[in-house]
Design a protein around this ligand. Structure first.
Ligand code: SF4
Length: 305
């Protein structure tokens, strides 16, 4: 039986090879907001982004240290890992004064077993000062990843989902980051309104042409409290089928050189808000289907050769 890591260069395998042991990410919510909501870049947010999570009193995350302690306990019990990356995941994790960013990142790195950072953000929110700060951590030996949410390289798609940025901002950020030697993981979505497999392939081509070190892919989810949910209810948006998503993901893996690490090949939303497609709640079913499809294609290729 084949496994995903035999078919695809996964982030877990990359970390295992680099550190000689398992390293896991601990996801953090540092109470950042989003400039696509507060009017500084746009308002209303992306059409697929859940409104409820933006209610002013709905989110009071615990201090970073407490989140690391809780996350470490769960991951260690489940996987036995002893080293971790602090993953600043929720919302736009570079959207604040540089002094506050430094204080938060320093706080996370002050625990011995935190060997680096993953910083999730929008491509139009990456100031030079942030890149310099991250490059400084990297020079000190920390594992640093900048995770940029691009989703699509098509400006008309980005406008249709109200992203509030275009491909140009992504190109600038990724170039600036990589010029400083920082590793970039690019986030992409399959099944965006108006897009087909051809768009995903062209997006990937443009991302690879510019250069990236890692990729994350997930199907577009329809979740409660979003403009996309209204569109889906009216029948104006059809989510991808599992078979279509598996085909797109396998095509993209085949298109990507093995030097680029896959951080994720699917994703889901919490059951309490997920409306469609319901198959994406079964993460292992999706990953197994992608693994089997890649294996099937390779066998076929060998037979033809
Ligand atoms: S998806 Fe990200 S960028 Fe878009 S509104 Fe939500 S938090 Fe902001």
């Amino acid at each position: 039986m084949t496994t995903l890591s035999k078919q695809v260069p996964t982030f877990g395998q990359y970390l295992l090879k680099r550190y000689g042991e398992r390293v896991h990410k601990i996801a953090l919510d540092a109470a950042f907001t989003c400039p696509n909501r507060d009017g500084s870049k746009g308002s209303g947010g992306c059409t697929f982004c859940n409104n409820v999570s933006f209610s002013p009193n709905g989110r009071q995350p615990r201090p970073i240290k407490a989140q690391l302690t809780a996350g470490r306990r769960v991951i260690r019990k489940r996987t036995g890992a002893r080293k971790y990356l602090a993953y600043f995941q929720a919302y736009t994790n570079t959207y604040d004064e540089i002094e506050r960013l430094k204080a938060l990142y320093d706080e996370a790195l002050s625990d011995e077993d935190i060997i680096g950072l993953s910083i999730g953000t929008r491509p139009d929110c990456v100031a030079d000062s942030v890149l310099d700060l991250l490059a400084g951590y990297q020079r000190r030996g920390y594992e640093i990843w900048l995770e940029l949410g691009l989703q699509s390289a098509f400006d008309e798609t980005l406008a249709a989902v109200n992203r509030g940025h275009g491909f140009r901002e992504y190109a600038q950020s990724v170039t600036q980051a990589r010029q400083r030697g920082l590793k970039v993981c690019t986030h992409l979505i399959a099944g965006l309104p108006g897009e087909t497999a051809r768009h995903n392939s062209e997006t990937l081509r443009r991302v690879l042409e510019l250069g990236t070190d890692g990729l994350k892919l997930h199907p577009l989810h329809v979740v409660k409290g979003t403009q996309l949910a209204n569109s889906w209810r009216r029948g104006d948006y059809q989510p991808l089928s599992l078979a279509a998503y598996v085909d797109i993901a396998a095509d993209m893996v085949e298109q990507t050189p093995s030097s680029v690490v896959w951080h994720r090949l699917t994703g889901t939303a919490s059951e309490s808000i997920l409306l469609a497609p319901l198959w994406c709640a079964k993460k292992w079913r999706v990953l197994n289907a992608i693994t089997n499809e890649l294996q099937r294609r390779r066998v076929l290729c060998r037979q033809v050769a």
